[in-house]
Design a protein around this ligand. Structure first.
Ligand code: PEP
Ligand code: MG
Length: 579
């Protein structure tokens, strides 16, 4: 039994078999073979070694021709490792004695080696890990051949273990079978974290080497409340955590039940609006179940998941119309594509050195006006079917906003000419997620109907801290005085111009900051559906007078950690369930 501590990013507790998702998406489940097949399976393993050695020999020859004999030793070292008698003996023993399938036996033996190398903390040894991983991949590829099982074919519930999850992988997952996510990398607002929270699936990220520590098929426990992951737990621990998992589900259910139909209103009568963030259209019913009054952020990146081509107007329109109809008279804020950086990449080939500072979101849209127009046309057409608003991401200057609005006006004119109906009064807002936009909020607010503060990016850009990098996760501080000042100035600017300011970054769904944001005057909170009941409970347990006092105290603080601790402690005192 091994216990690892990472960053807890999505609450809940699960116990299930591990499914290792590597870059090639091989599944290496714990499989037993029949005693009568032992000989056959060993031959299969030996055949895979021969085939792999042959492949490497061809590569070695190609290398030698192109680069001279100097390059050969690297490949030769791989060939030697593949045929290492000691490794071979261990794999064969696992097949014979434990009746493990060769795939599982290889994975288990080689991962034990990489684990040992990892703990040596030596660059020379860590480089060897890469070699062993390459060998494992090659062997498995040749072993599995036709029998390869893909992630899409999951037959039983699993906890997904990966180095990282790409946006494309997370979109194609059969989420009904995923009982948890654990990854080596990532922070609280990384893509995996957001997806997990959105789906109400427990997740722990930033575990460094979990994808090497676990073998496919191992039983693991994931505690998304405390950030613990337990590998190979004993029976007693499984029992304890299963019971904890059940009581967490009961706690959540009770909270939903208690707050069902209740408004998000403070004890002294100040009403705020709680919206949900939605990543996929099928999440809309979940959002409504958790009490969302509307959709404050509908991310549209999933539509661009087919790398070969951009989505058609029809494809956009069908999705937007469907969510408009599903949400009935509730407001839906559709954000235009935020492609690039940590999101879905399009355009191939052109790798950027600094994607977060590169051709992302509105910048991409303005450089690709045809795709942008297609999306805008579809949103406008769908606005006939519900209460849709439009939002531009990553605006960093007035001219960018004006360019985007000019294209929008042009698309509207074309629709009018073609006599295609749309909501003439469609509201247009922008995300405030770049510090420059926060600083010129007074100029931007005059040209839009609303703001939505995107703290996930605002924090990373203001503090120069990558939102998805676990090494700097402790520096990613929502309560940093610089961040709080930016947020406050944006909210104040909205109030001065009588325009609504929402927040759709993860900070708005983190119960630690609810009272602070309330006191700063935030009127619309948009968050992952599962945290709506928690935030509502806190709002209903505090007065606005109290919240203002607390936020004034937080604004006067010079230390982010002290502010966060103070807010946490205060909230736990008034709502003891959240301690
Ligand atoms: C944000 O940046 O806070 C936000 C909500 O957008 P995303 O997480 O999609 O970048
Ligand atoms: Mg963002």
């Amino acid at each position: 039994m091994e216990i690892k501590k990472g960053i807890a990013v999505s609450p809940g507790i699960s116990v299930a078999r591990a499914f290792i998702l590597d870059s090639e998406e091989y599944r290496i489940p714990l499989r037993y073979i029949d005693a009568k097949d032992i000989g056959k399976e060993i031959t299969r393993y030996e055949d895979a070694i021969h085939l792999s050695v042959k492949e490497l020999d061809n590569i070695r020859k190609r290398f030698a021709r192109r680069l001279g004999e100097d390059a050969a030793p690297i490949v030769e070292a791989h060939m030697k490792m593949l045929q290492d008698e000691h490794v071979k003996a261990q794999v064969i023993e696992n097949i014979k004695k434990n009746k493990y399938s060769p795939e599982y036996a290889i994975s288990r033996v080689l991962r034990r080696y990489t684990k040992a190398l990892y703990s040596a903390h030596d660059t020379f040894f860590t480089n060897r890990i890469q070699d062993i991983n390459d060998i494992e991949r090659r062997l498995l590829k040749n072993l599995l051949e036709e029998r390869r099982e893909e992630l899409g074919d999951l037959k039983e519930p699993v906890i997904l273990v990966a180095h990282d999850l790409s946006p494309t992988q997370t979109i194609t997952l059969d989420r009904s079978k995923i009982k948890g996510f654990v990854t080596d990398v990532g922070g609280k607002t990384s893509h995996t974290a957001i997806i997990a929270r959105m789906q109400g699936i427990p997740a722990v990220v930033g575990l460094n080497s979990i994808s090497l520590d676990v073998s496919g098929g191992d039983t693991i426990i994931i505690d998304g409340n405390s950030g613990l992951v337990i590998i190979d737990p004993d029976e007693e621990t499984i029992k304890k955590y299963s019971a904890m998992g059940k009581s967490y589900v009961v706690f959540e259910k009770k909270l939903i039940q208690e707050l069902k139909g209740q408004p998000a209103v403070t004890k002294d009568g100040h009403k705020v609006t709680l919206f949900a963030n939605v990543e996929l259209p099928q999440e809309v019913p979940l959002a409504l179940k958790y009490g969302a009054e509307g959709i404050g952020l509908f991310r549209t990146e999933f539509l661009y998941n087919t790398p070969q081509r951009a989505p058609t107007e029809r494809e956009h329109f069908d999705v937007y119309k469907k969510i408009a109809v599903q949400s009935r008279d509730r407001q839906i804020v559709i954000r235009t594509m935020d492609l690039g950086a940590d999101k879905i990449q399009v355009g191939g080939g052109n790798k950027e050195k600094n994607p977060f500072l590169g051709c992302r979101a509105i910048r991409f849209s303005l450089l690709n006006p045809d795709s942008f127009r297609t999306q805008l046309r579809a949103i406008l057409r769908a606005s006939e079917y519900g209460y849709i608003s439009l939002m531009f991401p990553m605006i960093s200057s007035l001219s960018e906003l004006r360019d985007a609005k000019e294209i929008l006006e042009d698309v509207k004119d074309k629709l009018t000419q073609d006599k295609i109906p749309f909501n003439q009064k469609l509201k247009v807002g922008i995300m405030i997620e770049v510090p420059s936009a926060a600083m010129i909020a007074d100029l931007l607010i005059k040209e839009v109907d609303f703001f939505s503060i995107g703290t996930n990016d605002l924090i990373q850009y203001a503090l120069a801290v990558d939102r998805g990098n676990e090494c700097v996760a402790s520096l990613y501080q929502p309560a940093h005085p610089a961040v709080l000042r930016l947020i406050k100035s944006v909210i104040d600017e909205g109030a001065r111009h009588h325009k609504n300011v929402a927040m759709c970054g993860e900070m708005s769904g983190d119960w630690v900051y609810t009272i602070l944001l309330l006191g700063l005057g935030l009127k619309t909170f948009s968050m992952s559906p599962i945290v709506i009941p928690e935030v509502k409970k806190i709002i209903r347990s505090v007065t606005m007078v109290e919240a203002k006092k607390i936020s004034a105290k937080a604004m006067a603080s010079q230390n982010a950690q002290e502010t966060a601790d103070f807010l946490k402690e205060y909230t736990s005192r008034i709502v003891p369930q959240f301690s």
